[in-house]
Design a protein around this ligand. Structure first.
Ligand code: BG6
Length: 474
């Protein structure tokens, strides 16, 4: 029975990873090269390089990652030991369609995810699957210019059809594109696009975004036809922003910034382009090519829920500011004097999670799913092998406290919580191993050395108890 001062019965406690950041086995089982496989290692002050294909002698962290491909049984057993109700992972598109444009899926790839999902279900862990998480077949980049091309819609929908059909009885929760709104910020990772000299970044990325939005809507419709009980969501990066001052101009600057992100969730949830975005395109001479029927497609493919990531908040000013003033906060903005930041400059703001949940729920009135949240930090292994990650426990505890307020005090409909990188994995922004998020430590360093051995951090038992008490004991 649901009590109003508790997380609801059946709340999906779990954790999240992405295929390209943990699986490794980049060229095994018929897998093709993905965009993640051409990303080199970097650091907080050193951008990852996206090479033209895989180049001998370069270090590509995804190629082995934490070798989840060969360790998944032991890893899922550890997640089960923590009492996970769900496990969010993604499918590597290139395991299913190695180049992206094949007519038939690769059986060996499909089989791998059958095994993985079976392993989860064996422990009562519900798989939550992102269809495309920051990667795509590199073949589609080379041959078609990736999401620049309308052709990608069909390739993506074919891929979805293969997944929805095959995993119909195993997977109920899906998300179409990870952090789809990132395409307007950095187009290579979410959409495989490298800009050419003189190209208008907005024109290119919003056209790609249109293709992805159409593809997503088609996928939602198809997924519902194949399994009417499936729940298919979008996934957005939620960039909570505060005005620097009470100057109305700062508030307006925040609104304008937020609209560049809300555009994506608006289309997903409401099924049409919002007026502010159409006007923005007009004012800026951005011309989105649409096909006849696109409006109907968007309307017919509204999502069931919003999955979102939340790590930090930012501060926006109407005055021109030095973009680097919060070095490492990948979303820009200026420093918030009330907040502390992680070693990578991400400003830690638990109360902002409550605000974000309310903002999203008020705006859309659909269920929300917090599918990423967590602290990237350097962990130290003590002499006796223990890892005392109290800072991580502190971060997660404070966020869960605020999430609980949103649910119990504000009445937000929240499906679940899957902290990011529940097992250490490769960082997406920097390619590092030392930026760790996990409850489970993996012995591997930035240069690729290590035994890959897994061990439980202090947060492991802490989170196990959080789940066992449904968030009562924090
Ligand atoms: C999200 C991505 O942006 O943030 C993940 O969906 C990513 O793929 C996560 O790993 C944390 O970012 P980072 O750069 O610390 O790995």
């Amino acid at each position: 029975e649901n009590k109003i001062n508790q997380f609801p019965e059946g709340f999906l406690w779990g954790g999240a990873v992405a295929a390209n950041q943990c699986e490794g086995a980049w060229n095994v089982g018929g897998k093709g090269v993905s965009t993640a496989d051409v990303a080199t290692g970097g650091a907080v002050d050193k951008h990852r390089e996206y090479t033209d294909g895989v180049i001998e002698g370069k270090y590509y962290p995804s190629h082995e990652a934490i070798d989840f491909y060969n360790h998944y049984k032991g890893d899922v057993a550890l997640l089960a030991e923590m009492g996970f109700k769900c496990f969010r992972t993604s499918i590597a598109w290139t395991r299913i369609f190695p180049n992206g444009d094949e007519a038939e899926p690769n059986e060996e790839g499909l089989k791998f995810y059958d095994n993985l999902f079976d392993e989860c279900l064996k422990y009562g862990i519900e798989p939550v699957v992102t269809i495309s998480h920051y990667e795509m077949p590199y073949g589609l980049v080379e041959k078609y210019g990736a999401w620049r091309s309308r052709k990608l819609v069909d390739f993506y929908v074919n891929y979805c059809e293969a997944l929805f059909t095959r995993y119909k009885d195993k997977v109920k929760y899906w998300m179409t594109f990870n952090e789809i709104n990132a395409v307007a910020l950095f187009p290579f990772i979410p959409a495989g696009i490298k800009l050419k000299e003189g190209e208008n970044k907005e024109q290119v990325s919003y056209q790609a975004a249109h293709h992805q939005l159409v593809a997503s809507a088609k996928a939602v419709k198809l997924g519902h036809e194949i399994n009417p009980n499936s729940k298919i969501g979008c996934m957005i990066l939620y960039p909570l922003a505060y005005p620097e001052t009470c100057n109305p101009k700062d508030v307006q600057a925040v609104n304008e910034m937020m609209n560049t992100h809300y555009f994506f969730s608006d289309v997903h949830v409401r099924g049409y382009y919002p007026n502010y975005q159409k006007r923005y395109f007009e004012r800026n001479n951005i011309n989105i090519e649409m096909e006849a029927g696109d409006e109907e497609i968007l309307k017919a493919g509204k999502v069931d829920y919003i999955g979102f990531s939340y790590y930090m908040s930012l501060v926006i000013s109407s005055k021109p500011t030095d973009k680097n003033s919060t070095a490492g906060n990948m979303l820009g903005g200026i420093k918030n004097p009330y907040l502390e930041a992680s070693d990578w400059g991400w400003q830690i703001d638990p109360e902002g999670l409550r605000t974000s949940l309310n903002n999203l729920y008020d705006r859309y009135q659909v269920p929300l799913f917090c599918v990423e949240n967590g602290l990237g930090a350097i962990d130290k292994v003590e002499e006796d092998g223990s890892i005392n990650d109290d800072y991580r426990i502190d971060y997660l505890r404070k966020h869960i406290v605020e999430m609980k307020k949103a649910v119990t005090i504000d009445g937000v409909e929240l499906m679940g919580y899957t902290p990011w990188g529940c097992i250490d994995l490769i960082s997406a922004s920097t390619g590092e191993m030392k930026k760790r998020y996990g409850f489970i430590y993996v012995d591997k360093d930035n240069d690729g050395n290590g035994t890959l051995e897994r061990s439980r951090k202090k947060s492991f038992n802490w989170y196990k108890n959080v789940i066992a008490t449904n968030g009562e004991e924090l």
